[in-house]
Design a protein around this ligand. Structure first.
Ligand code: NAI
Length: 332
């Protein structure tokens, strides 16, 4: 079976080639996004392997069907990039990797909190410049602070447990409460209470159009404590970026950590060092001293990449053999 990879990076090649020793797929790596412009690259492939910012809208799905592609393997958990109705109509088999390492993303959220609070990124640069002054590096104890977790699925649960370990009071909001977390001492509360009580808020719910898109907007920010720290390692569309910038300017948001960004598909995973960035929102965001942006690296650990390659190729193997993909790995 020939598989065309899109948005592939050197590390994808490394981990997938290693795992493919247990299979006999012919893997064709393309670094460009999957979109109408790249359909010409699919020469004789029966399957494509796509990532978070590949566009699988109706036009692209029709193009893939016309090329004879029957299977789409997403090497990620989320599938908000797929037009599910069109995919069903065209009879695609689409699979995903629902869980690879909740620790990778949860630990990255914690790294963002510690960096924003204790400013180790600034201290590192300062000391290398022989500046040993502490002014401007003042942080706060995490111990005793209230941390609000929005979404207590796999990643949110690991994150909440780590924050309990710091001695924080952890509260949560999720329409499907997690009883195990409640037993560990995480208190479920209505969303408005979480917004009002938390010194740190971390987003771990999926992006669902019309449900969670712009969950964090001008009104919800207004309900938060002044000086709140907001962390988003989930999906960029959960935050109305313009509203967040407004609240950073008037100091209602005290710290913002973003591993995801609503318009990230145009800039993340690329080296744009010598380019003119036309996106004024990201430029404004990175100009704040209390904003930390990382380029969707929450998943980026060796353990997670190993698991992603293993599950993706196993899903494709099941498809090749005409076997049923278990429900949790199936998108359509
Ligand atoms: P999960 O499916 O285990 O948990 C999501 C939780 O969100 C569920 O408990 C669900 O009930 C809850 N939820 C749904 N609607 C909600 C709402 N309106 N308000 C509050 N909670 C709501 O998913 P998992 O594995 O924990 O992943 C969470 C998110 O993390 C994913 O949706 C994905 O967007 C993001 N992610 C980010 C990565 C990165 O590299 N930064 C990598 C992997 C996932």
């Amino acid at each position: 079976m020939d598989i065309a990879f899109f948005s592939s990076q050197a590390y994808d090649r490394e981990f997938f080639d290693r795992e493919n020793k247990n299979h006999e797929f012919r893997l064709h790596y393309h670094d460009t996004h999957l979109g109408p412009h790249s359909l010409g690259l699919i020469e004789g492939a029966q399957a494509v392997c796509a990532f978070v910012n590949d566009k699988l809208n109706e036009e692209v799905l029709q193009g893939l069907a016309a090329k004879g592609v029957k299977t789409i393997a997403l090497r990620c958990a989320g599938f908000n990039q797929v037009d599910l109705e069109a995919a069903k109509k065209l009879g695609f088999k689409i699979c995903r990797v629902p869980e690879y390492s909740p620790y990778a993303v949860a630990e990255h959220a914690v790294a963002m909190i510690l960096t924003l609070n204790r400013k180790t990124h600034k201290a590192y640069a300062r000391v290398r410049d022989q500046n040993f002054s502490l002014s401007g590096l003042l942080g706060f104890d995490l111990h005793g602070k209230t941390v609000g977790v929005i979404g207590t699925g796999k990643i949110g649960a690991v994150f909440a447990t780590i924050m309990l370990g710091f001695g924080c009071r952890v509260i949560s909001y999720d329409p499907n409460e997690n009883p195990e977390l409640a037993r560990r001492g995480v208190q479920p509360v209505p969303l408005d209470e979480l917004l009002a009580q938390s010194e740190i808020i971390s987003l771990h719910c999926p992006l669902i159009p019309k449900v969670t898109s712009h969950l964090i907007n001008a009104q919800s920010i207004q309900k938060m404590k002044k000086g709140v720290m907001l962390i988003n390692t989930s999906r960029g569309g959960l935050i109305d970026t313009a509203a967040a910038i407004h609240s950073l300017k008037n100091k209602h948001i005290g710290y913002l950590g973003m591993d995801v960004y609503e318009q990230e598909d145009r800039i993340f995973f690329k080296d744009l060092t010598s380019s003119i960035i036309e996106d004024d929102l990201i430029q404004r965001l990175v100009s704040f001293p209390n904003v930390l942006v990382t380029a969707h690296q929450g998943f980026f650990t060796a353990e997670a990449l190993t698991q992603i390659a293993k599950v993706t190729l196993r899903n494709l193997d099941l498809c090749k053999q005409g076997k049923e993909i278990p429900q949790e790995f199936r998108v359509v």
